[in-house]
Design a protein around this ligand. Structure first.
Ligand code: HEM
Length: 453
């Protein structure tokens, strides 16, 4: 730790602070616009006094300190994660401390490039199924793109976890996850923490978890009973052994990791895809350049993992979309010792909020921040950028374990569908983002799908 900190700490004033319950109504109406206003008015470090006081930190130097620190200093002991752990147990997202470190060590190799590159085959197969369905649509039919992408990414994550075994349960699991997600959001919005209270939210959410457990334990037990080896993530979870003590995961831990991966890997990727189609449709010059790259390099074939290095513009388009529309728009932490941010003192126990959505449009780090410009991510222009002002997958020890898999999936799906179909948002339909558990279009995203030839 910085040796000068005790002196700084003693002298440091508290951050600029809002009145109690400041913006309660405006926040409910349009959280993003309200949070933008908060930062404009109070600066990059502020105390927002809601029923719980939340410390917002919006300077990349401070964000770096928080996200790169060990959990004894900044943990996930927050309300959001407590609520989530009701359904995810001690899976990677909600776990903390030594138990998290062990699980992360066991699971990291399952997400190395080498391990995920072979998922290009199921991703392309499932995307081809979707394309076949789109090809049958009557001209001018409107489809709900958020639903289409959600179904696709659910099938992808389900298949990479369980292989074909998931098919009979896919629809039911997707519906259950939706209930868990909505309950999480509603509960978070209430900022209460009484999980045993039989409110309609809690009853619905408990029922959903029970139904999900029946399916997931059923799939785990069936695999164990069959003695079969497969090349999917369930197999990797079941056969992982700790280098130090040779121990594997017990049944409950495997269940928690499976449910966590289903939830963490599904809606986030769906939203990234959704917004990528939307941004491409709004920027015809970007669409033309991307189509040119895809046609030149792929010649009408779906891309494989190994092709992606030859498609740099595709990656830049996805990166720029996630700058303006980061699916994970906020990240929560709890401080465990007194700290100083930008000269202001933040006490131990504080609830911290980092917002990729705000960092990604910080005027000091992004010239002309509201303009969609994939060239920002060309190697030359990325070189000197602060590495903590672009955080779609967070950073530090708890960076998204599925980032490589998500990027693979998003790029392969766009490379497969864009040359075959023109996706056009219904004119006049509002497409503003809303900060739910993930960043979603507030009123959905109806689009028309037109085959290109
Ligand atoms: C575009 C898609 C995705 C985005 C934007 C995203 C974003 C994130 C972010 C920001 C975090 C850090 C949260 C925090 O520290 O509070 C995270 C963690 C995590 N993500 Fe993702 N994610 C995506 C896709 C995936 C996929 C496909 C998987 C797996 C199949 C996945 C699994 C996880 C897990 C397990 C964690 C917890 C890691 C840990 O704490 O050790 N994510 N993700």
């Amino acid at each position: 730790m910085n040796e000068r900190q005790p002196v700084e700490l003693a002298a440091a004033p508290p951050p600029p602070t809002t009145p109690l319950l400041y913006g309660l109504v405006d926040y409910q109406k349009d959280s993003l616009r309200f949070l933008e206003h908060l930062i404009e008015r109070y600066g990059d470090v502020l105390r927002w006094r809601m029923p719980i006081t939340i410390h917002i930190v919006n300077h990349p130097d401070d964000v770096k300190r928080i996200l790169s620190a060990p959990s004894e200093r900044f943990s996930k002991q927050t309300i959001d994660y407590k609520i989530l752990s009701g359904s995810l147990g001690k899976g990677l997202v909600t776990n903390d401390g030594a138990s998290w470190a062990r699980q992360r060590r066991l699971m990291q190799p399952m997400f190395h490039n080498r391990a995920i590159n072979p998922f290009d085959a199921p991703i392309n197969a499932l995307t081809n199924e979707l394309a076949a369905r789109w090809a049958q649509l009557a001209p001018g039919t409107t489809v709900a793109l958020e639903q289409e992408m959600s179904t696709l990414t659910f099938k992808v994550v389900g298949t990479t976890l369980f292989g074909v075994d998931v098919e009979p349960y896919a629809q039911e699991i997707a519906e259950i996850l939706e209930v868990i997600n909505i309950s999480t959001h509603e509960l978070r919005a209430l900022l209460t923490l009484i999980p045993w209270l039989p409110t309609p939210h809690n009853r619905r959410s408990h029922d959903a978890v029970r139904r999900l457990d029946r399916i997931v334990y059923g799939l785990i037990n069936a695999r164990r009973a069959s003695g079969e080896r497969r090349d999917d993530i369930l197999d990797r979870l079941m056969s992982a052994r700790d280098e130090d003590d040779g121990a594997g995961m017990d049944e409950k831990q495997i269940r928690d990791e499976v449910v966590t991966l289903l939830l963490a890997g599904h809606e986030t990727s769906a939203n990234a895809l959704l917004w990528t189609f939307e941004q491409i449709a709004q920027h015809p010059e970007v669409e033309a350049r991307l189509l040119d790259e895809l046609r030149t390099e792929l010649d009408g074939q779906p891309a494989l993992s190994g092709d992606l290095v030859r498609l740099p513009y595709l990656k830049q388009v996805v990166q720029e979309t996630m700058r303006l529309r980061p699916p994970v728009w906020a990240i929560a932490r709890r401080s465990h010792q007194d700290e100083v941010f930008q000269g202001f003192r933040v006490a131990a126990g504080a609830y911290m909020m980092i917002m990729p959505y705000m960092l990604h449009r910080h005027r000091d780090f992004w010239p002309n921040p509201l303009q969609f410009d994939p060239e920002r991510f060309s190697p030359k222009r990325t070189e000197n950028r602060h590495s903590y002002c672009y955080l779609p997958f967070a950073a530090g020890p708890r960076t998204c374990i599925g980032a490589g898999m998500a990027m693979l999936e998003i790029q392969l799906v766009i490379a497969n569908l864009l040359p075959r179909f023109k996706v056009t948002p219904v004119p006049g339909h509002p497409l503003e983002p809303a900060a739910k558990v993930t960043l979603k279009p507030r009123y959905g995203m109806p689009v028309t799908i037109t085959p290109r030839h």
